[in-house]
Each structure stands twice: as C-alpha cells, then as structure tokens.
Ligand binder design. Structure first.
Ligand SMILES: [Zn+2]
Length: 242
C-alpha cells in the first residue's frame, strides 16, 4: 500500500549531505507516521547535529515531531554562531584533525585530541567530558548515543578553523594553552626554564610560559610570525561574530 509523502526543503548548506539525486534540495519522501522527523532527515544523509531549525508552515517543530502526510518542512542549518549548552565550549577532535587541534589550542580553545582514538572511544570521551565532537566523518556524527557534535567544513586547516570560529564564535585566549597537549600555560621565570633552552633562545627572550601538564616551555619569538597571523585572523573573525 502506498504510504503518504511528506516534502522536505533543505537549506543550501545541507545539500552536500544528501544523495546526488536529492541535491537540488527538495525531497519527497514516503513516511510511515512513526519515525521522528530528526531520524527521517538523518536517514536521508544529514546527521542530526547538522540539523538546525525545522519549520512547518512558519512554526518551529522539534526533532521528535511526527509529520503528517502532505506536510512540507523546511530544514535549516544550525544558526551561526550556534549556542552550546557548555560555556566556555570544549571540543574533541577526531584523529584526522590534528593540525586543526593545534591551531585551536594556539588561540586558547579547550581542545582534546589524540591520534589513536577509534570511533566508539571518541563518543565515550565526548559524552563523559561534555565536549563537542568535531569531525568530517558523517557516520561518526550519526552515532545514536553521541551527545553533541559538528561537521567541520573545509579541506585545509585554515578553512577548517575559520568554519569552527564562525560556527561557534568561542571566546579566545591566545597563547594560554599548550599546543602539544592542551594543558594550560603558567608564566615561568627565565631562571626556572633556562636549563631547558638552547643558549640562543635564552639570550634573546625574557618572557616564558610553561605547560602545567607536560612541562613544555614556550616563548614568543620571531619564529612565530605564522602563528601570530593565525591568532590575528582568528581574533578578527570571532570579534565580528560576537
Ligand atoms: Zn603540554
């Protein structure tokens, strides 16, 4: 027997998740009346964390809404900046996003990353530590028990960082975190760290920070022009969004 159809109209940003035949963004789908709207949309390829407002005839409905036959639903992307239930936000990055992780730490965003976590371990850690899981793996975002995640747009780390800053506009605190382990830096006197430095470094610099977790020593030097540029761009982006 024929099931009634519902009609979904997807925001342009979401169409990349759809099967090629649906990328024009207007999809008619048979509906059995029992699945929730959120799961129905995810079954078409858009992970639930990428679904923003769902609008039926001018009215916003919940993901749990069970549409009636003939209904037309607009599926929006998450609003930018997206509000998060944790403040300041914390993130967890999957194994493919190591460069992005270092950049997020550089600008002071709490970013967990380990290069040998499998998918179930990532979900467990994200849930336990209330971190937003960032990934480009759609299957990972579709995992049923993941509390909160986001798909990262962009193929290079510059574009990926820009995407995350525009999406969440997190408060920044550049030069306060260890890019290697995510630990917080504490100011360190030259006499405390001198034995760990090459002679040229201790001659040229007087301001140091030391990671309170792994002990790594940091200093601001001429070698960090590229990093300065990343910090400047990030600060500009976030201040435009806040
Ligand atoms: Zn560290």
């Amino acid at each position: 027997m024929d099931q009634p159809e519902i009609y979904l109209s997807f925001a342009a940003e979401l169409r990349t998740f759809l099967a090629p035949r649906n990328r024009h963004g207007h999809v008619a789908v048979a509906h059995d009346g029992t699945s929730s709207l959120g799961h129905l949309i995810q079954s078409l390829g858009v992970p639930i964390p990428e679904i923003g407002a769902l609008v039926v005839e001018g009215r916003v409905v919940a993901h749990s809404h069970r549409p009636a036959g003939g209904e037309t639903i607009s599926v929006e992307a998450p609003r930018r900046p997206q509000e998060l239930p944790i403040n300041p936000p914390r993130f967890l990055l999957d194994v493919h996003l190591g460069t992005l992780a270092r950049r997020m730490r550089l600008i002071g965003v709490d970013t967990a990353y380990d290069n040998d976590r499998d998918d179930p371990a990532l979900v467990v850690q994200a849930n336990a530590e209330r971190r937003v899981l960032l990934t480009q793996d759609r299957g990972l975002l579709c995992r049923r028990n993941l509390w909160l995640g986001a798909h990262v747009r962009g193929t290079d780390p510059d574009a990926q960082l820009q995407d995350i800053l525009e999406r969440f506009a997190p408060p920044l605190a550049p030069w306060t975190r260890c890019t290697s382990c995510n630990g917080e830096l504490a100011p360190a006197g030259k006499d405390e760290v001198e034995h760990l430095l090459r002679p040229g470094t201790s001659r040229n610099y007087d301001t140091y920070g030391r990671c309170t977790d792994c002990g790594r020593v940091y200093w601001r030097g001429a070698h960090s022009r590229q990093l300065e540029a990343i910090v400047e761009t990030a600060t500009r982006t976030v201040s435009a969004y806040r």
